[in-house]
Design a protein around this ligand. Structure first.
Ligand SMILES: [Zn+2]
Length: 206
């Protein structure tokens, strides 16, 4: 997905962590099904999802230009984190126990993410905030990991589903009234799947 823009991915904007996991249509990811093919794409996703600001992206883009190997390393790290998050969340979506290795990896990443968390006072209590470091090429990963931890401990986890399409492994929250949503999106996977069923039916001899 070299030439695709983040706008055309059709991310669902239900949860930050799901929008990150859904940057690939399949796991483990293949280049033709993965949006994260460059550090520039990782930055575009980060701005689009409001994980970092345009100014922060500019700064990181400059830094990536100065240290291209470090930017490549950050991209590889982002992809490996994404695959770990998918492994753990997909197990939850299918009511399975997560793979122990993935769970261990997740807890390792979580410990690092938590070192970037601060407690901030609000008008009537406190909230968690993720502090971004403008000199850290991996800074956008930490809010994503924290978003995953929040989803994993929330009631919404019961509504987590994997898209029913054969060629799409997007995760979504089925908050529909009778919890019968099957596809990540009706306009992409739902219609495609319906068209295929219709085609197969039409081909059947009478
Ligand atoms: Zn789908």
């Amino acid at each position: 997905m070299e030439n695709q823009t983040v706008e055309t991915l059709g991310l669902l904007q239900e949860r930050l962590c799901l929008d990150f996991v859904n940057t690939s249509d399949e796991h483990p990811s293949q280049p033709n099904a993965d949006y994260l093919t460059s550090y520039a794409h990782l930055l575009e996703w980060s701005v689009y999802s409001k994980t970092i600001s345009q100014e922060q992206a500019k700064q990181l883009h400059q830094l990536a230009g100065q240290y291209p190997e470090k930017a490549d390393e950050a991209l590889r790290f982002a992809i490996s984190v994404r695959e770990t998050l998918f492994s753990v969340l997909d197990a939850a979506a299918e009511n399975r126990q997560p793979d122990m290795t993935a769970m261990q990896a997740f807890n390792g990443i979580l410990a690092r993410a938590m070192s970037h968390l601060h407690m901030t006072p609000t008008s009537d209590n406190f909230c968690w905030t993720c502090v971004l470091d403008e000199n850290d090429l991996e800074t956008m990963i930490w809010p994503v990991v924290w978003s995953t931890a929040e989803l994993m401990t929330s009631h919404d986890l019961h509504y987590l589903r994997e898209c029913a399409s054969d060629d799409c492994e997007w995760l979504f929250l089925d908050t529909s009234k009778n919890h019968s949503r099957r596809w990540c999106s009706m306009t992409s996977c739902g219609n495609r799947s319906k068209a295929r069923t219709h085609y197969q039916r039409a081909r059947k001899p009478n």
